[in-house]
Design a protein around this ligand. Structure first.
Ligand SMILES: Cc1cc2nc3c(=O)[nH]c(=O)nc-3n(C[C@H](O)[C@H](O)[C@H](O)COP(=O)(O)OP(=O)(O)OC[C@H]3O[C@@H](n4cnc5c(N)ncnc54)[C@H](O)[C@@H]3O)c2cc1C
Length: 617
């Protein structure tokens, strides 16, 4: 079976033609890199992913985890791959080199992620958890904490977690009851039970650093009284050596629908009264610190939705080219006509086109998010930095929710393309669909993302950030108008964008009126239509870049020769495909989005006026 993860041609197109990754090298932060080094890194990442990480996907799913005496054993195959991953210094690509990273732009690291997450994201989470927790220490930690923890977490020698959830505190983090008490030596005694902690216990690294949310005794209720503590599985001595085991016990792991190789652990802190932690940041300001990791994790989880979709699409495409069933539509009634590959059937092509449009659109959206991170880092002025940070803050909930919802749907459509075989364990799309389902739930459910978008993000700076977003989309619409063949698509995208603006205004105003419940009942549909308009934006952007390049390839050819070149020349076919994909999305899917926006504007209150008893008995 072909080993498929991501389309390299498309990665290069987005990196270099849509987003001009080379331009980043002009900035002092990235001046050590050039296109050649970027390509070398991506090539090597691809090799590692295909040869070493991808084989662990099915094996890890089959073998699963072993929980015994409070310890978790990961699938045997993970040990070799993790060693190669750490030895190859793949863990913290964007961190500063002196801290154990590579200093790579986030945009290029995203291309690496396409392969690593796409190969087996359950495996990649071990590395990410250390980097994500490490970044909080880098930004909010004391010098001593940075010296003790950072390098080992960034290099992957130690892993990390993020420890928020408790039985009564899921989406409602402020309800947590884990407590902390200051000890005479300045450390804190931590007591409580946490659940659902990814990579909470395992035998892949010699230490695990848990960032734990807890309430210092006497602190205010809710999120205003939460602090964050660094709680190592094994205590770290002042000289950096490992000390006694801390009083952190894994009491069980979950049996899940998917990601069977990712330990989802219940952890007991301080069962013997001996769990010690170090305060990270200030007392009662723990949510501010944790939000740093949560925002990064939301971008990561969005990328998980997308990379799962990318792999599923490529498998489905490959299968559709090979599987022969039925006759060509024009020979339906000729019993002796040969069977054709299913990609010839219009309905299968419809599925593939739907998947491709979303996979392409999501890749551009995810890479755009990464580019914003680079722009924030490279900003010359505080205004410039605030502008890009605002855009990222606005787009983060949409990126997380849209890419995980659509990611799952693309995987489901891939199963459909395979027919009955797709539902069996013989083919990889079944696992991709199971594994990706959690992405819409963790890191803040997609419903919570929609509330964040409506309740906090739309109104940022009195709506100016949303206006900036609209301005960015408008710029692409204007440049698409330069191409005759794209002007109608540009007009339709503009209509959808303007309607999105009206819908946002209307919904935002309703959210502040007595009908606020109705507004929040439409928050998820709004998040979805905003994602759709972003897809149209990204696909139109791709189409305008492709239109310019295609014109150069076809210059001077007559109609017949142009058609022939598109059929036979790989580059011409790729660019033509970009224009076709944008045309399909904007002509066939965007009108549905317009209808959804009409429904949101109509603000039907049935969802909230329905008596609870009427939902059923
Ligand atoms: C495999 C896995 C890995 C995980 N990893 C981690 C981890 O590493 N660290 C960690 O801390 N947690 C982790 N979690 C926990 C995860 O983040 C929570 O499951 C998630 O936040 C939802 O909380 P809950 O399950 O309690 O659902 P609930 O909060 O009970 O939500 C149930 C439903 O109600 C909705 N809902 C709840 N409150 C509201 C509201 N105010 N408004 C509107 N809708 C609402 C939700 O959207 C959801 O649809 C993990 C969970 C799983 C399954």
């Amino acid at each position: 079976m072909a080993q498929l993860i991501a389309d390299r041609r498309d990665i290069d197109f987005v990196l270099y033609e849509q987003f001009d990754a080379e331009a980043l090298c002009r900035h002092a932060n990235f001046s050590d890199f050039n296109r050649k080094t970027f390509n070398m890194i991506i090539d090597e990442a691809r090799q590692l992913a295909i040869k070493e990480i991808l084989p662990t996907l099915a094996e890890g799913d089959r073998d699963g985890l072993v929980f015994e005496d409070g310890q978790v054993r990961v699938p045997e195959c993970f040990h070799r791959s993790y060693k190669l991953f750490v030895d190859g210094e793949w863990n913290a690509l964007t961190a500063e080199p002196e801290l154990g990273g590579q200093g790579l732009p986030c945009l290029v690291a995203q291309a690496v992620s396409d392969y690593q997450l796409g190969a087996n994201y359950a495996f990649s989470l071990f590395g990410f958890s250390g980097v994500g927790a490490g970044e909080m220490i880098e930004i909010f930690g004391t010098e001593e904490q940075k010296n003790l923890f950072l390098k080992k977490m960034y290099t992957g020698q130690w892993s990390g977690t993020m420890v928020l959830t408790e039985p009564e505190a899921g989406s409602d983090v402020g309800a947590l009851v884990t407590s902390a008490r200051k000890l005479p030596d300045g450390t804190y005694s931590i007591t409580g039970n946490k659940i659902f902690i990814t990579c909470g216990e395992h035998d892949l690294t010699e230490n695990i650093i848990h960032p734990v949310l807890a309430r210092i005794e006497g602190a205010p209720a809710g999120t205003r009284g939460i602090s964050l503590f660094i709680v190592p599985k094994k205590w770290v001595n002042a000289d950096g050596s490992l000390g006694e085991p801390n009083d952190v016990v894994c009491t069980g792991i979950e049996e899940k629908m998917g990601i069977h190789a990712s330990p989802t652990c219940s952890l007991s802190f301080g069962g013997k009264g001996q769990c010690r932690g170090l305060l990270l940041g200030e007392e009662n300001r723990g949510m501010k610190v944790m939000f740093h990791m949560m925002n990064a994790a939301r971008l990561l989880v969005g990328a998980i939705g997308f990379t799962s979709a990318s792999a599923a699409y490529l498998y489905a495409l490959n299968y559709a080219r090979e599987r022969k069933q039925g006759r060509d539509l024009e020979k339906t009634f000729e019993a002796d006509a040969p069977q054709v590959p299913i990609i010839r059937h219009p309905d299968v092509r419809r599925m593939l086109m739907w998947m491709k449009a979303h996979v392409d659109g999501m890749r551009s959206f995810i890479y755009y998010g990464a580019l914003l991170l680079d722009r924030i880092k490279c900003s010359e002025t505080p205004e410039d930095q605030a502008y890009h940070q605002g855009l990222l803050d606005l787009l983060t909930p949409v990126l997380k929710a849209y890419c995980t919802d659509r990611g799952f749907e693309v995987c489901s459509e891939a199963v459909q393309v395979y027919g009955g075989y797709g539902y069996t364990r013989e083919y990889p799309v079944e696992q991709l669909m199971r594994d990706v389902r959690i992405a819409a739930i963790y890191e803040g459910t997609n419903g919570i993302q929609a509330m964040d978008l409506l309740g906090r993000k739309l109104g940022m700076e009195k709506g100016q950030v949303f206006m900036n977003f609209m301005g960015e989309v408008s710029r692409v619409i204007q440049s698409a108008r330069a191409f005759e063949g794209l002007s109608e698509l540009a007009d339709k995208t503009e209509q959808a964008l303007n309607r999105l603006g009206e819908t946002a205004l209307h919904l935002g105003q309703t959210a502040m009126s007595e009908n606020f419940r109705t507004a929040f009942a439409h928050a998820t549909p709004f998040q979805e239509v905003m994602g759709d308009v972003i897809m149209a934006w990204m696909l139109l952007w791709r189409a305008s870049v492709a239109a310019g390049s295609l014109e150069k390839l076809l210059a001077g050819l007559d109609e017949d020769a142009r058609r022939k070149k598109i059929d036979t020349h790989k580059g011409a076919a790729f660019y033509h495909g970009q224009i076709q994909t944008a045309t399909y999305f904007i002509n066939s899917l965007l009108p549905v989005t317009q209808g959804k926006m009409d429904a949101i504007m109509a603000a039907d209150p049935s969802v909230v006026t329905m008596p609870e008893a009427a939902f059923g008995s």
